[in-house]
Design a protein around this ligand. Sequence first.
Ligand code: BTN
Length: 335
Amino acid sequence: MNIPLLHRLRANPDQFVPLVDLGSDIDGVRRAIDELESFGFSIEHHPYRGVAYRGHSGRLCPDQIEYELNTERVGRRIAVWNRVSSTNDLAAGASASPANDGLVVLAEEQTAGRGRRGRVWTAPPRACVLMSVLLFPPAELDEVRWLTALGAVAVADVVAECTGREPKIKWPNDVRVDQRKIAGVLVERGAGAVIGIGLNANLLMSDLPDELQASTTSLRALLDRELDRSELAKAIIQRLDYWYLLGRARGAESLSPRWRSLSEHVGNRVHVITRDREWEGVVADHDLIAGLTLALDERRSVQLPSAEILDLKAVDLHGSAGSGNRRDSHGSLGL
Ligand code: BTN
């Protein structure tokens, strides 16, 4: 696909560009435009004024994702599927070969999408970014907790960039805006590490069952327009690559400042379960590695290392733990 031509048209949305301005080989230009249209891009033709870009494709476009991706590790290979069981399955299936380090698997639809704790993750076809990345991390980064944070921070960066809002990460893997889940991360370990990300991109709130509407959002709901999922996927890959390379160069701690700034829990009252007991207090600090500094009362505080935290829930104003989002996010119905 002629992606530079696509970019040229997109640079002036809704403005007609004469075909002669798009290349000296007019037949070649026509063929390239036909190809863009056959892929779902909306282009208007005018007999004298040329062509105008009217809208992105509703399908994921691998060429568009790869064009000027400029990543070093994540996205070295990209596979886009129409329908799969779970993108995590496909990424895990490629883990026998270390040459697949950085492989990204994307799908328009999953028939057996998974969330954390055995929950089901469902999403209407072509509504979300459903992505899995296969990595072979060095020992220091090879921890479910760190890899989950990597996925959550990368997707939160992209949500922040395209909405202008500051999303928050609800421990351990939910990315939320205004306390509504917009993305989730599922890390699974096998021969390699698979980071699965589901981002509610063009999900319509009317697609959701009633009981999830109050706890779920999407980019489309926030911005009141459809987004190009290829561009979103590309941006997530770039952020994953950025943070992963930084982690490899400077260690696990390098993700901490951004993760801390995104933590939904700092300043809030939480209920925490550790291996040997339960705690309740206000989160004074939430470090990715060092864990929680929990103020138990005005005089006492306790440090709970991340590795020891089994569960962490917000305590609502009436004193009970839980956010009310018990069935998890959007399509993740926990069936
Ligand atoms: C959660 O919030 O519980 C995690 C949801 C993760 C969903 C994504 S969608 C792409 C990848 N494939 C899956 O089966 N799950 C993850």
